[in-house]
Design a protein. Structure first.
Length: 315
């Protein structure tokens, strides 16, 4: 199985209630990765063979997950204004062989049109990131935040707490208390998403009387996080004394594998020094993430293989 880097999931499937456990969701992510838009026209179930290691290598976990998956994995499409809804069991069959290390899953042809059509709008997110999340609510919030990250400056409009709980299937009675919902769902998801994904978010609560009834979200992308970090570093540099700036400069030079001769060239050339500082700040802030920072910096500074500075200026 050749996995694509990104998943493209129809917006309609993102913004509906889903009932998946952590491992079930991993199966769904991989299925979504392999589905094509032409599958929406199929009149028969479609089958996928998934390397078991992408889900779990524990037989009992696989068995329990499959029992639940065949019983509970559903997608609900609701229009409460028109008093209409549709519900679909996503998976039609499942097989597993520990000897072969393969989990085979069948997807119902009835659900394919709802998860394969992307022409009317889709949400894109990285498969590896989605698979790395270890909390069910983090998985769902990551999808939903990915849906809204590029709209309205990353502001996801105000949503009723009850609607949000329904959307991410946090429907346990204990979560009727907002304090519990915050401690056990929102805050852990916020921490994991910020630590593991290309997104971060903050949220603001809104009350009706004394009760929290609505929440609004502000989504921060990796790029906007990098820009904020970039400005913060520049502001700190601007407030330093000349002596402190020089110490900072020497310290940052030492973070790269330059020869003594190359270091001297950077120190003695004001233009090279400025180019070095600007590029280094971008690397620290995460705006640039080169596999080999020294090689990248050498290109920025215009160093040739013999350590000399090329005449052509590179930005």
């Amino acid at each position: 199985m050749k996995l694509k880097h990104y998943n493209r999931q129809p917006n309609g499937a993102i913004m509906t209630r889903q009932n998946f456990s952590l491992l079930e969701k991993r199966v769904f992510y991989i299925v979504m990765n392999q589905i094509t838009e032409t599958d929406a026209e199929l009149k028969q179930n479609k089958y996928f063979k998934i390397p078991a290691k992408l889900i779990t290598n524990n037989y009992r976990q696989m068995l329990a997950m499959t029992q639940s998956l065949m019983r509970n994995c559903q997608i609900w499409l609701r229009n409460d204004d028109e008093k209409e809804f549709s519900a679909y069991n996503v998976f039609s069959s499942a097989k597993y062989s520990a000897k072969e290390g393969v989990f085979e899953i069948g997807v119902s042809y009835e659900v394919l049109p709802h998860i394969a059509k992307i022409k009317s709008g889709y949400t894109e997110y990285e498969l590896a990131i989605a698979l790395s999340l270890n909390k069910t609510y983090s998985q769902r919030l990551y999808e939903i935040l990915s849906r809204w990250k590029n709209f309205n400056g990353g502001a996801w409009s105000e949503i009723a707490v009850d609607d949000l709980r329904e959307l991410i299937s946090a429907t346990e009675e204990t979560y009727d208390d907002f304090g519990q919902f915050k401690r056990r769902v929102l805050d852990p998801s916020q921490e994991e998403i910020s630590a593991k994904t290309d997104l971060a978010f903050t949220y603001q609560i809104h009350k009706t009387g004394r009760k929290v009834t609505h929440i609004s979200f502000l989504i921060v992308t990796q790029e906007s996080k990098a820009l904020a970090e970039l400005q913060e570093i520049r502001d700190e540099l601007g407030q330093m004394s000349m002596d402190d700036r020089w110490k900072y400069f020497q310290e940052r030079l030492g973070a790269y594998d330059f020869t003594k001769s190359q270091q001297n060239k950077i120190v003695q050339d004001e233009e090279l020094a400025n180019r070095f500082i600007n590029a280094d700040i971008e690397i620290q802030a995460g705006k640039r993430s080169p596999n080999n920072p020294t090689a990248y910096m050498a290109v920025v500074l215009g160093f040739s293989e013999n350590g000399r500075v090329k005449k052509t200026k590179l930005g």
